[in-house]
Design a protein around this ligand. Structure first.
Ligand code: HEC
Length: 272
């Protein structure tokens, strides 16, 4: 087992480990509030200590997770907020641990405000992490009026209409026959049907490219130049974002095939 695989494994523990600091620090704050008039109890001190340790571990694993399993580009902003909220919360939890320890030694009540700030910080961080997995509106979604299929219905336009334009686009490219072999040769080590799916991306199934929200699509039907996938394979090979990340760059023919595939693609709706 190589180091990279091991670190990737550790990083993937992040989503399960994060529940510990959340639970511990929230309960520590609750106990702090309940005992606000009494000297700090051992329970609060133990909980906040364990919570701070768990927060540091969770932040560290989260860092590994982001480095070794980078999320899709469209989630990078969300990652930035989540990452620094997590690091900030871990630091605050350590500070709270110190001040709870002092209060305990002095026989004073636990610093409720500090505990509350930490509890809110850890919950907010968890929420930010959740939005990366479930999307921005996940929490409020149940309360929103169901848009009774507000998506614009596509009118079956006049058949004759744009016959000429249709001929202007390149001849139909077949995903199976033309595109898949290119992906299989250059991309499957990291984006194959099995094994790692770097950036959460698998390139073996055309429909799967459109399962996420459109903001995350790496291919925009009919818009090759706006499509992240084509942009990345066209970057100079020494650019750090260039795809394939390892191995030979695509040749002119392969680039032209991908362009023609995207150009001739019919419009898509989210959901595959
Ligand atoms: C050696 C591994 C590797 C190979 C081979 C590879 N990629 Fe990637 N790819 C990655 C990694 C890692 C990322 C995550 C972003 C980063 O680190 O730059 C990524 C990200 C991407 C993204 C961005 C996804 C997003 O939503 O941000 C696209 C598009 C992509 N690759 C396309 C391709 C294509 C097309 C090929 C083949 C021509 C390919 N990759 C080959 C490792 C690879």
């Amino acid at each position: 087992m190589n180091l990279d695989a091991f670190l990737t494994f550790l990083g993937r523990l992040h989503p399960s480990v994060v529940h510990f600091p959340i639970a511990l620090l929230v309960v520590a704050a609750l106990l702090g509030i309940l005992g606000a008039r009494r000297p700090t109890s051992d329970a609060v001190l133990v909980l906040v200590r364990l919570g701070a340790i768990a927060a540091i571990v969770a932040a560290g694993l989260g860092w590994l997770f982001a480095e070794h399993d980078p999320p899709a580009r469209g989630l990078r902003d969300a990652l930035l907020w989540h990452r620094w909220a997590g690091v900030g919360t871990a630091v605050l939890a350590v500070a709270a641990t110190i001040s709870v320890g002092r209060a305990r030694r002095a026989g004073k009540p636990a610093p409720v405000l500090a505990l509350l700030v930490v509890a809110i910080g850890v919950s907010w961080t968890g929420h930010l992490g959740g939005t990366m997995v479930y999307g921005e509106d996940f929490l409020t979604e149940p309360f929103r009026e169901k848009a009774t299929d507000a998506s614009p219905t596509v009118e079956p336009g006049p058949v004759e209409e744009s016959a000429e334009e249709v001929h202007a686009v390149p001849a139909e490219v077949s995903f199976q026959a033309d595109v898949l072999p290119i992906f299989a040769k250059h991309c499957f080590d990291c984006h194959g049907p099995e094994g790692p799916a770097k950036a959460g991306l698998r390139l073996a199934d055309e429909d799967a490219l459109f399962e996420d929200v459109p903001e995350l699509w790496v291919v925009l039907p009919g818009q090759p130049d706006e499509s992240l996938l084509l942009q990345l394979v066209r970057l100079p090979p020494d650019d750090e974002d260039h795809m394939p990340k390892e191995g030979d760059p695509l040749d002119e023919d392969e680039l032209a095939t991908l362009r023609a595939w995207i150009e001739s693609m019919p419009p898509r709706q989210a959901g595959g």
